[in-house]
Design a protein around this ligand. Structure first.
Ligand code: HEC
Ligand code: HEC
Ligand code: HEC
Ligand code: HEC
Length: 450
């Protein structure tokens, strides 16, 4: 009898088991859908969700496929590289799994260029996010989301009634795992080239229950649709990050102090700067860390206005040379997709020599620094600033003999740049992508006595 019941249960369960297995994710989901399965963002945004639509339009999420630098990196570097090197062949389709998920799911790879105005341009769209139902595997990464487009839209509230579609409550939409399906990436060399969600998970915020949404989709009193009644906590679709100077400003707080206040020329002073990450839920920089520069520039100005540049003291850790600005060439592997054999490379940093850089240097299979994340075989070191971490830097400096007597101001300033200047220039990426931004600064004063 017992075995009979067991068999019966199994027979009933089989279709469900098969259905669960059918849900293809990651590379297997390529070409499993049609564009027509997904609603256009304009449909969601023209009369019902006007505010969310306009917020999303201004965020990188709606430009993940069309943004100038994305277009250049994909078409000038990734696609030609994928066609030459079988090891990285998968990225030709794979980049789109996150940058234009509906093009990927529709099997439209490589998609038409942005200027052709195809549906690939919708990038990470409303209906894509609101029809995912979960992810498959242990760790969200590499577009392992489960996409089930249809009349049911999944969201963060129970019992919502809409005239346009069915709605269903989804814990996945309340969770950082949804973000992790694209904000964690393992490349063909099995390297975590993007790990924002993993960094968050290891850090203090995850433990306190502060999710990605709490900082990037903040909550305000208002309406979640034009016809809906007011709610106290509507999730704003801001998705503001590195491309919003206001989000980046003040991320790190700096305090600098000397070990002695009154000094004579020829004497040594040691300044200590403390850099406290008070704002990010992950490391800073995160995500596209291969191309982000964050550096501390320290200058002393004497009573007559003469300016001296202070170089950071070395700490002596392995691969530290990558974290101190230098006049050196890198990024030679770009020669492969660009068809330049023996490419000499481009200036690595393009910022004042001797400044401390907080970065994660990505190395190609030959051990040279690369910005082609898919061609990364190892990391040199991880010298970024973790969530709520404080890093100390020292500057030991001999006061020059010609320093003017009187007060001398020492200013430590932290700058951020999304893409190294020379890389942007070389590849023709608009200058705005490489504009330095002052994150924060602090000043201290010593007295020069004679
Ligand atoms: C990257 C994925 C993503 C995209 C793109 C996206 N959303 Fe959302 N949306 C979410 C998440 C996640 C929530 C729930 C946030 C929470 O509660 O923590 C949400 C919530 C909502 C809600 C309910 C808000 C509330 O608080 O009641 C509506 C309505 C909505 N989204 C509509 C849209 C529309 C319209 C667009 C396109 C203009 C869009 N979404 C684009 C992820 C996305
Ligand atoms: C405590 C607030 C907080 C939390 C939690 C948080 N972030 Fe951020 N995030 C920030 C701030 C501030 C910035 C701007 C500085 C920067 O670029 O890192 C940022 C930047 C970003 C960027 C842009 C980084 C770059 O260099 O391009 C992305 C992408 C991002 N966050 C995604 C996420 C995801 C995904 C999660 C959840 C796994 C998350 N964030 C959790 C505060 C937060
Ligand atoms: C389908 C993949 C996908 C999902 C899911 C996704 N993102 Fe993104 N997100 C991207 C891509 C791709 C970009 C990069 C856009 C660009 O710069 O081209 C991006 C950009 C961002 C940025 C802006 C970074 C900048 O440089 O300014 C933030 C912030 C962000 N995402 C947060 C989130 C949060 C929070 C979630 C979860 C609610 C989420 N993302 C879910 C793919 C995704
Ligand atoms: C697993 C998802 C995923 C895959 C696969 C992926 N990306 Fe991204 N990409 C992102 C996310 C998320 C961001 C935003 C990260 C951030 O800013 O922190 C991003 C950022 C970028 C940026 C930087 C945008 C900026 O303005 O700084 C470029 C360029 C880019 N990706 C190109 C590519 C190319 C080319 C490929 C294929 C070789 C690729 N991506 C594969 C998720 C992905």
């Amino acid at each position: 009898m017992k075995t009979l019941i067991l068999m019966l249960v199994l027979i009933i369960l089989i279709p469900f088991i098969l259905l669960a297995q059918e849900k293809k994710v990651g590379d297997e989901a390529l070409g499993t859908r049609k564009y027509a399965d997904f609603e256009k963002p304009e449909v969601c945004g023209s009369s019902c969700h006007i505010d969310f639509y306009q917020q999303w339009k201004q965020a990188m999420m709606s430009q993940a496929y069309t943004h100038h630098w994305d277009e250049i990196e994909y078409f000038k570097l990734a696609v030609p590289h994928a066609e030459k090197d079988p090891k990285v062949a998968g990225v030709k389709a794979g980049c789109n799994g996150c940058h234009s998920p509906i093009a990927f799911l529709a099997g439209d790879v490589p998609p038409p260029k942005p200027e052709e105005n195809s549906r690939a341009n919708e990038s990470v769209s409303c209906d894509f996010c609101h029809t995912v139902t979960g992810f498959k595997g242990d760790v969200p990464h590499n577009y392992n989301y489960i996409s089930e487009p249809g009349k049911v839209k999944y969201g963060n509230r129970e019992g919502v009634v809409s005239p346009a579609h069915k709605t269903m409550y989804s814990t996945f939409h309340r969770s950082s795992d949804l973000c992790g399906t694209c904000h964690n990436e393992k490349n063909p060399y099995d390297i975590w080239v993007k790990s924002t969600h993993l960094e968050w998970k290891e850090g203090p915020y995850a433990k306190e229950g502060v999710r990605c949404q709490d900082c990037h989709m903040t909550y305000a009193k208002g309406h979640n649709a034009a016809m809906a009644s007011e709610l106290p906590d509507v999730a704003q679709h801001l998705f503001h990050g590195a491309h919003d100077p206001g989000k980046v400003r003040g991320v790190i707080e700096i305090r600098i102090h000397p070990d002695i206040r009154a000094v004579e020329p020829g004497e040594k002073v040691k300044f200590t700067a403390a850099l406290f990450n008070q704002k990010t839920g992950h490391k800073f920089p995160t995500g596209s860390a291969e191309e982000r520069l964050l550096w501390l520039h320290t200058e002393a100005k004497d009573a007559k206005g003469n300016v001296h540049h202070l170089k950071v003291d070395k700490k002596g850790f392995a691969s530290e040379e990558y974290t101190i600005a230098a006049n050196t060439l890198a990024y030679q592997d770009m020669g492969i997709p660009l068809n330049i054999p023996d490419f000499k490379g481009i200036q690595r940093d393009g910022i004042p020599e001797g400044d401390r850089i907080y970065r994660l240097p990505y190395l190609d299979p030959q051990g040279r620094m690369t910005i082609m994340q898919w061609n990364t075989a190892s990391f040199a070191t991880d010298y970024r600033i973790g969530p709520r971490e404080t890093k100390l830097e020292t500057f030991t400096w001999t006061i020059p003999n010609d320093a003017a007597p009187g007060p001398m101001t020492v200013r430590a300033a932290l700058y951020y740049q999304k893409l190294p200047t020379y890389v942007a220039e070389y590849l023709g990426v608009p200058k705005e992508e490489a504009d330095p931004l002052e994150v924060n600064f602090h000043e201290t004063t010593i007295n020069i006595i004679k």
